[in-house]
Design a protein around this ligand. Structure first.
Ligand SMILES: *Cc1c(COP(=O)(O)O)cnc(C)c1O
Length: 350
């Protein structure tokens, strides 16, 4: 019998990372464009001297630091190799073959991929016409076979965010057999005081898990660390299905140093939030449609004009994330980078 890989993998979209062009302004992956601060770089260099040794298998030091940082007991925490990995682990922990995972569309590109790989069935619920989660439609998509729902808040790629009241009402209505995974990858960029803090909500709800990442606000996208907070039972299952030693020694040390440097790193997020308002206001003044955003990016629903917009920007060495036929997601970065993008957007013929 011939060697075969799973036939269903042929239908799986490849994850498309942002295009890299030498010397370009990179606004495609929602990273912060400033390097890690000296204290974090020093921790990385220090950990690098011991890379002949395996990391702590249970992330002991990082687990203790995360617990103290969040004020959450360790039994409710799972550390993972980026929050994408935790999303995959959550599905593996909750779903068997053919069970259903509900998420909005468009939302984070990794959701359908990790769902399919785990053998579960993805159910996509269209966003509302104003680019927000359609929570009623998501509830209506739940059946006895549903095990997980992903809710990215703020949503990627639209930047739109759910308020405390609507999210709480939704969580109250979700049946007990469904785990809601609240993906707060951009929580640190939120300035609207009316937005929920997932950690508060998960404290007394067993069917809510929160995932967060060190990739965005904490500037460690290249090292791959994230964490999930859930009930002890769910967090324990997520740890169980994780690949042993997947969070490297260097990543564990950097994440601890980043939490130690939180004041400095979160101050950078405040500046990005200010820039976000400026970028959006300037785009609106140019006549672009730009939904309100609470993340470190803006969404331009350009529809059929998206490909042309993308080519126009690439011609000026500006790389954004284009979803052809739908829109472009543009990371808000440092003022000069944002200015370069705005200048290019100004000269696009619509
Ligand atoms: C960027 C992003 C993540 C982060 O993924 P990591 O694996 O932690 O780098 C998670 N969720 C959403 C919605 C994102 O946009």
């Amino acid at each position: 019998m011939a060697l075969t890989v799973r036939a269903d993998l042929a239908n799986l979209p490849d994850y498309v990372p942002g295009r890299k062009i030498p010397g370009a302004v990179i606004l495609s992956s929602n990273e912060v464009s400033t390097p890690a601060p000296p204290s974090v770089l020093a921790a990385i260099a220090d950990a690098a001297t011991e890379v002949n040794r395996y990391p702590q298998m249970a992330n002991d030091d990082l687990m203790a630091r995360t617990s103290a940082y969040l004020g959450v007991p360790e039994e409710r925490i799972a550390i993972g190799c980026g929050s994408v990995s935790l999303c995959q682990q959550l599905i593996q922990a909750m779903c068997t073959e053919g069970q259903e995972v509900v998420f909005a569309w468009r939302s984070f590109e990794a959701y359908p991929i990790v769902t399919h790989i785990a053998g579960a069935r993805g159910v996509r619920v269209p966003l509302t016409s104003d680019y927000r989660h359609d929570l009623d439609a998501m509830l209506a998509a739940v059946n006895d076979n549903t095990r997980v729902m992903f809710v990215a808040n703020p949503n990627n790629p639209t930047g739109s965010a759910l308020h405390t009241e609507e999210l709480t009402r939704f969580l109250d209505a979700v049946p007990d057999h469904v785990l809601v995974v609240l993906d707060e990858a951009y929580r640190e960029f939120v300035t609207d005081p009316d937005l929920p803090d997932g950690l508060t909500l998960t404290a007394n709800r067993d069917n809510l898990a929160v995932v967060r990442t060190l990739s965005k606000a904490y500037g460690l996208a290249g090292l791959r660390v994230g964490y999930a907070v859930a009930s002890p039972e769910v967090a324990g299952a997520v740890r169980k299905v994780g690949i042993p030693f997947s969070v490297s020694r260097v990543a564990q040390a950097a994440a601890i140093a980043a939490m130690d440097a939180a004041d400095e790193l979160l101050a950078r997020c405040e500046l990005i939030a200010v820039e976000r308002q400026r970028v959006r206001a300037e785009l609106l003044a140019m006549g672009y449609e730009v939904p309100e955003t609470q993340a470190n990016f803006v969404w331009l629903p350009l529809g059929e004009r998206t490909a042309a917009f993308n080519e126009h920007l690439l011609g000026q060495k500006i790389v954004v994330r284009a979803f052809v036929g739908e829109g472009a997601r543009v990371t808000v970065a440092q003022p000069e980078e944002n200015d370069a993008f705005l200048a290019a957007a100004r000269t696009f013929e619509r």
